[in-house]
Design a protein around this ligand. Structure first.
Ligand code: NAD
Ligand code: MG
Length: 392
């Protein structure tokens, strides 16, 4: 069998590095065609030497020149491209069979959409892209003849727990509810008062998962779970009232499907993203991911609790944005990206994140339109308003 060609959007991030780890275990099955990054060109340089992609993509011309010179000197034949159009171009290349969408934030929307339109297998980690574009993205997958495979561990778990022939109709498949598990993040049992003074490093110290800084903060506010509710809505065609969130601090159950007959089907495993990455890449087969099976005797127990919307208002804001529909999820996401960046830079406090998002949703005029240009315009308006809420 000819190896499948892969483009990795966001190769230098946490998901990108884990994906390359899986690929390295299967040189007969997968071949890296393109690797992209934003600023971490040193890491991209090393990855280009190790995986010999045809193309590497960086942010701008100066970075491309510098990386190109280093690669040529090292004897590499990788070409270096740059800019947003290059990200879309490597997602569409004819020799590419699958695209790992692992850029963080709405910056990944256009190239991920390009992969869908070009009919690739889209391995979706970049949940913000789907949250922003919703219906538009799902329609692009359908009209482009693409395959959409969730990499987010919860959605991958639900995908594994649904019937193989699930076609977007919960009732037809006897499904009562989808249950997303949440670890609760590092501040699960902290009082609101104590959350006032937490630092960016505290927020990025996740109890179970090692991830990029933006998603780590989202996990601490539970905005990550809110984005995941919206993601589940689009991926599985599930209305909000049939998506439950359960806090499960051990992160052993990655999510579950409750069926009409009382059965609950779940996917369990160690908290290691290589499992969902490998499953999305190899589906419907299974390949070695480097992750050991769970050792049940070593588990101290599994516990469950309801999320506290008082202390974690971001989760409620996301449910509300989904109920509002139209471009409200795009506004929620844009305001959150701005607020999280400001928190990571020490310019606002942890509790200000929810305040900035709520104020932006209250102030930016929302609409039902869902074409790409109006979504991107609303995204820009929301970012501008959110920045104006952040006094430095
Ligand atoms: P990360 O910050 O570690 O990596 C982000 C990658 O995107 C890097 O390669 C970076 O160079 C690139 N990038 C950043 N800004 C860019 C821009 N403006 N243009 C082009 N490229 C840009 O993030 P991550 O933790 O790997 O997460 C990536 C995505 O996967 C996010 O959407 C996140 O929500 C999702 N996700 C991550 C995990 C995880 O375990 N890390 C789990 C589930 C979902
Ligand atoms: Mg997740």
């Amino acid at each position: 069998m000819k190896p499948q060609g892969i483009t990795l959007l966001g190769a230098t991030g946490s998901i990108g590095v884990n994906t390359l780890d899986v690929i390295a275990r299967h040189p007969d099955r997968y071949r890296v065609v393109a690797l992209t990054c934003h600023r971490q060109t040193d890491r991209l340089f090393e990855q280009c030497l190790a995986f010999a992609p045809a193309i590497a993509v960086v942010a701008d011309a100066a970075a491309a020149d510098a990386l190109g010179a280093r690669l040529a000197e090292a004897g590499s034949r990788t070409e270096v491209w740059y800019g947003p159009e290059a990200l879309e171009a490597v997602a569409r290349l004819p020799e590419v069979d699958m695209v790992m969408a692992a850029i963080v934030g709405a910056a990944g929307l256009r190239p991920t959409l390009a992969a869908a339109q070009a009919g690739k297998r889209v391995l979706l980690a970049n949940k913000e892209a789907l949250v922003v574009s919703g219906r538009l993205f799902i329609d692009a997958v359908r009209s482009g003849g693409a395959e959409l495979l969730p990499v987010d561990s919860e959605h991958n778990a639900i995908f594994q727990s649904l019937p193989r022939d699930y076609a977007g109709d919960l009732d037809a498949s006897g499904v009562r509810k989808l249950v997303l598990t949440a670890s609760g993040g590092p501040f699960r049992s902290l009082s609101l008062d104590a959350m006032r003074n937490v630092s960016a490093d505290d927020a990025c110290h996740h109890p179970n998962w090692v991830m990029g800084r933006k998603i780590s903060v989202d996990s601490a506010t539970l905005m990550n779970k809110g984005l995941e509710v919206i993601e589940a809505h689009w991926l599985f065609n599930a209305p909000a009232e049939r998506i439950d969130v359960v806090v499960h601090p051990q992160s052993v159950i990655h999510s579950m499907v409750q069926y009409r007959d009382g059965s609950v089907v779940a996917q369990l495993g160690s908290p290691d993203m290589r499992t969902p990455i490998a499953y999305a890449m190899s589906w419907p087969e299974r390949i070695d991911s480097g992750v050991a099976s769970l050792d049940f005797m070593a588990l101290s127990g599994l516990s469950f609790e309801a999320p506290d919307l008082q202390r974690f208002p971001c989760l409620k804001l996301a449910f509300d944005a989904l109920a509002t529909g139209g471009d409200a999820p795009a506004v929620l996401n844009a305001a959150n990206e701005v607020a999280v960046a400001a928190f990571l830079e020490g310019r606002i406090g942890f509790l200000d994140i929810a305040r900035v998002v709520a104020d932006t949703l209250d102030s930016v005029s929302l609409s039902a339109s869902s074409d790409l240009d109006s979504l991107l315009l609303r995204d820009a308006e929301a970012r501008a308003f959110a920045r104006s809420c952040i006094v430095t």
